[in-house]
Design a protein around this ligand. Structure first.
Ligand code: HEC
Ligand SMILES: [Cu+2]
Length: 474
């Protein structure tokens, strides 16, 4: 009897539960109002949506073709959504009706269209948005599925349109919104395939054969080398919770996204809506895909964003910075506590191979300076820092270095042969190892001339003949 009664109650209870659930599922929110979508340029993200109902959102996006900076001294004809690479960040709410206007600037040479992975329909919108130069097209879609989606151009040859910069992100916020955080940023990785090699100066053409082989010269965050470093770094305060919307435009490579010195507390794998993994070091971001990562910054400093396919980070440009300001927390991170000398047998000065091809011959001091700036950026800045300021205790400064300016000829030997053992620069003692950098006489002359006349230094010129003399006297 008792069993039967319990069973009866359970039955009643589950019937009520099922009825309630199906009622919620059937409730479709009604669309009301209309607004203009606010689009932002990376690394900025539009503000979170506060509406509690879907609306009609009008999005206007313009495609352009323009020459912009890919790296220092290197230019590229980018094809863009909104004038920048990556394209503008679009943010709508689940259930919104999006009226999409794609306008192709009259100066474009190519037609373009848009495939938004957030669209359910042929070509993700591409079938309805083929837009010739000087024309505009309109189509509408309902943002049925929440998530972080890539959009890209899908005009033939598709690979070339994507390789030239035509991609961006659209976030469809779930109805219930995303948990609030202190800072949100937009980071998108992609590759460039250029006629010349990494660092080769001038306007670089697209190289189809490298694209087919999937061997890019550049792998970058937010469209260019250095777009997120130094003064362009993204920032936060100690204690902030940070959410990064990470996309990968490809066209070919998968990104192993990692932040040096941080652990992702939460990852929405592949840009879906379930925060399905905690405590992640590196997350995969597929080509044409995304990920949302969240973490709290506990200590101040510079945290480096990389594709952990590490040559891409340190040799092809896939490196960004997050600068965190605030008070130290020595319990979480002590900083250096002790340094001792460790000299195993067989250790010695090593050599690193420079990755710049022989530069064209510089005639004037001005040409030497320009060529030298590129050699510096590619071979010296990683240690001595972009403005030659060095890093106290590790890499001596070249800016105002009394050691260097006392004897510039000695510096030729330093570059060619490397340097180790104790030296004093501007009163501070250094005892590090600088590997010899394998550069042509021309490049050594150029980089030294550049250093001797930059960063506040203002003296001297070194010629290839000077370098040859030092090499032969060795
Ligand atoms: C891998 C890091 C690294 C790279 C790359 C590097 N250096 Fe150095 N450099 C050092 C270190 C470390 C020292 C100090 C060595 C010592 O303590 O004996 C040094 C010392 C020097 C000095 C003498 C000290 C001073 O401040 O005047 C000069 C000049 C110099 N480097 C120039 C260059 C130039 C030019 C390049 C690029 C062609 C370059 N270095 C690349 C690490 C590096
Ligand atoms: Cu296109």
């Amino acid at each position: 009897m008792k069993t039967l009664a319990t069973f009866g109650w359970k039955l009643l209870f589950s019937t009520v539960l099922v009825a309630t659930l199906s009622l919620t599922a059937c409730q479709t929110e009604t669309l009301s109002g209309e607004e203009q979508g606010v689009l932002t340029t990376a690394p900025t993200v539009p503000a979170a949506i506060t509406r509690n109902h879907p609306t009609k959102v009008i999005i206007e996006l313009e495609t352009t073709e323009e020459v912009k900076r890919l790296a220092d001294g290197v230019e590229y004809t980018f094809w863009t959504f909104g004038g920048e690479v990556p394209g503008k960040f679009i943010r709508v709410r689940e259930g919104d009706l999006v009226e999409f206007h794609l306008n192709n600037h009259p100066t474009s040479k190519m037609p373009h269209n848009i495939d938004l992975h957030a669209v359910t329909g042929p070509g993700g919108g591409a079938a309805s948005s083929f837009t010739a130069p000087g024309k505009g097209t309109t189509f509408s879609f309902t943002a049925t599925n929440p998530g972080l989606y890539v959009y890209h151009c899908a005009t033939a040859p598709v690979g070339m349109h994507v390789a030239n910069g035509m991609y961006g992100l659209i976030l469809v916020e779930p109805k219930e919104g995303l948990p609030p955080v202190d800072k949100e940023y937009y980071v998108m990785q992609s590759e460039f395939y250029t006629g010349g090699q990494y660092g080769d100066a001038g306007l670089q053409p697209f190289d189809m054969s490298k694209a087919l082989l999937e061997t890019p010269d550049y792998v970058v965050f937010n469209g260019s080398v250095g777009s997120m470093t130094g003064d362009n770094a993204i920032t936060a305060e100690v204690g902030d919770r940070i959410r990064l919307y990470v996309g990968n435009g490809g066209p070919n490579l998968v990104s192993s996204f990692h932040v040096i010195g941080e652990i992702f507390d939460l990852v929405y794998t592949e840009g879906g809506t379930i925060p399905n993994q905690k405590n992640v070091q590196t997350t995969l971001v597929p080509a044409g895909g995304s990920a949302i990562v969240e973490f709290t910054v506990d200590v101040p400093g510079t945290f480096i964003l990389v594709d952990h396919s590490i040559f891409r980070a340190f040799n092809k440009g896939a490196l960004g910075m997050l600068t965190v300001h605030g008070d130290e927390n020595e319990a979480i991170y002590s900083g250096l506590q002790e340094e001792t000398v460790y000299l195993p047998e067989g250790g010695g000065v090593q050599e690193i191979q420079a990755d710049t091809p022989p530069a064209p011959v510089a005639q004037t001091k001005q040409e030497r300076m320009e060529a030298g700036a590129r050699v510096y950026a590619a071979n010296c800045a990683a240690c001595h820092q972009p403005a030659g300021e060095g890093i106290s205790g590790a890499f001596p400064p070249l800016a105002g270095s009394d050691y260097l300016l006392d004897d510039p000829t000695r510096a030729i030997g330093t570059i060619v042969n490397g340097l180790s053992g104790e030296i004093t620069v501007n009163g501070e003692t250094y005892n590090g190892v600088m590997p010899g950098v394998r550069l042509s006489n021309e490049d050594v002359a150029n980089v030294l001339t550049f250093v001797l006349n930059s960063f506040g230094n203002s003296d001297g010129e070194v010629t290839p003949a000077d370098v040859a003399r030092v090499k032969s006297s060795h």
